[in-house]
Ligand binder design. Sequence first.
Ligand SMILES: Nc1ncnc2c1ncn2[C@@H]1O[C@H](COP(=O)(O)OP(=O)(O)OP(=O)(O)O)[C@@H](O)[C@H]1O
Ligand SMILES: [Mg+2]
Length: 680
Amino acid sequence: MNNLIETISKNNKLCNLVQKDNFVGWVFSIDYENALIMTNDEWKSNVRGIPHNSFLIATSLDTEKFATTQEIDKEVILLRVTNSCKLPQDDDMIKTRIDNYQNQQQVEDLPNQQDYDILTKNKMQFSGLECRVLGTFYLKNENLYLGSDIENYSTALKMKVYMPDGESLQEIVNYVDPIRKEKFKEDFKELGITKDVDPFRIGTVRYTSTDRLHRSDLNDLIPFSIQPSDFLARRTAVLGMTRTGKSNMIKQTVSVVKQVSEECTLDIGQIIYDINGEYANANDQDKGSIAEIYKDDCIRYRSVKTEGFKPLLNNFYTQLEEGHSIICDCIREKYGSSGAADLNLFMNSISFDKPPEGNKGETVRWNQKVALYKTLLYAAKFSAPSNYKVYFEANKDIRRLVNPDVDPKDGLTLYESKIWFTNLRRISQEIKKEITDIARNKKSKEERKYNPTDADIIDHWITEECRIMLNMLCMRNDSDGYFNGYKAITEAQKYHSFERDSDVREEIYNSLCEGKIVIIDLSVGNALIRERISKDIAEYIFNQSMKIFTEGKKPKNIVIYIEEAHNLIGKNMELTNTWPRIAKEGAKYRIGLVYATQEVSSIHPNILANTENWFVSHLNSEKEIKELAKFYDFGDFSQSLLKSQDIGFTRVKTLSSPFVIPIQIDKFDPSNFVKGVKNE
Ligand SMILES: Nc1ncnc2c1ncn2[C@@H]1O[C@H](COP(=O)(O)OP(=O)(O)OP(=O)(O)O)[C@@H](O)[C@H]1O
Ligand SMILES: [Mg+2]
């Protein structure tokens, strides 16, 4: 019979939480929010101290008599130590203690002299702790559930308090409720994962900066694991002061996601915006960079040509809109609005939007415009092979005027097209001048070189956009006055590479869809292009995935990692901008976002409010702590976050954990993530 009771209680997940040897006191007051506990130096010493923020459990349950326990008592309340509290006797005890010190004859203690009587000594050891109620564990269909509050409390009840460690603590910190577990399975199925994916260890429980007692032994380290499903199509914030382990955490996350992707043979693309080049390149402090560890699955990009990196540069001859925007940025940066009128028009009136298919007239015009634009690039020394040709239609009349022996439809090299367009402008100017001269009687009609209809032919051919670019090509405005023309765009040359034959954004998106890790190394190159290209890539990813979604198909899973996030999803940003949109709506299109910053308060509140996972290390200002305390139970950690600056000491709230858990994050170790070997 006794054996039977023992087996029952062993399988009883609720009873397993209660470790009798870890008794630390009694609850002497409780309400829905807080519990006050009376503890004792000796009991505390038995469990090697009760650190601030540690978990305690309180119950009136006798685990050996579970079957006969009243239904109302079959629960365990989870508490977090938030403060000390005064016992009513404390003042008397202080008085006794002071009296004792005052009666002492010598400063140095003499054995058995002026000490307390046993009864006083015993009483003196008691002290009070204030705890926050985190929830109630109970059984339902033999499954362990955790409600996030107390359903009922009885003040007359004798509730014992225990300090959980070992398996009990492991169960508490890694608890995920059964309904949520089922939901994850469904979510995973939705994401294309049918296999069960085990949680991944990322660290061990750590209550306080001083961890001499509660983490002295390897066996004391209670592993904390994260559910991989928490990170796909979710938002994750990694917050903390510099050098407190944010990037380390991101490396862990990248590896966890990679592992899931490999285990489930599911393509999950990851793109890291690497501001400091720490993911793309190995450094002395850390073992291996992400790029080194995942050599075969990682593609690195840089905005300047470097071996081992793909170029972020665009081919301006093929990425017309992209190239034009970069050119405009450069002109704006150099001249502001004080450039020549034609330069301003070049920035504001020229568009390379493709005409609708089937519209022959517009397509012909578009080809002419593009040929002229490429000629302008050539003039400004944007490199291109010498046999590169442009093709466009020019009707008989215009050919007669410019050069009857050449038909641009058959292709002109850029050199030839420069001559062709220069001639076109010269003739246009000559015709205009001839008309004016005749009108002013400076020239007789008989002397005219051009037909009266030639002006119309030219006018019809040279559109407004053409006129602007012709002027730039010839460095002359409409009145033939000099301006710097194509020279104004030479600045953008360094962002051009003819080698690139596809849109870099498209190439990156395709790699992500194949489950690759793409690292954009932003540590080198010009700030202007970095910012622009970063945004463009993000925008492209968002738009493509949205497009696939709206077509009723399933976009691939992508996780985006950004650092210094306050610059991208700052609080004053419009939610319609690219980055805030990704943060806000990305989840719908299976885009997860992991963002790191030191400044909680400068992140857009709407995005903070939508963040599912939080990793917070040391913050150094009350302002940031106050902002953070608005979320979940981070308020409990205000003091600890402000004071302890230990690297990797992180307060974690994930989607699946019901409360904040203080963790020492493991240092990223590539060997834990070697292909095919699972982290424990
Ligand atoms: N959990 C950890 N355990 C041990 N060492 C760590 C841990 N996390 C980070 N480190 C080490 O501390 C240093 C700083 O970490 P990391 O670069 O991750 O900080 P950071 O918060 O990203 O800093 P920054 O704000 O400068 O980007 C690194 O050398 C790293 O290897
Ligand atoms: Mg960092």
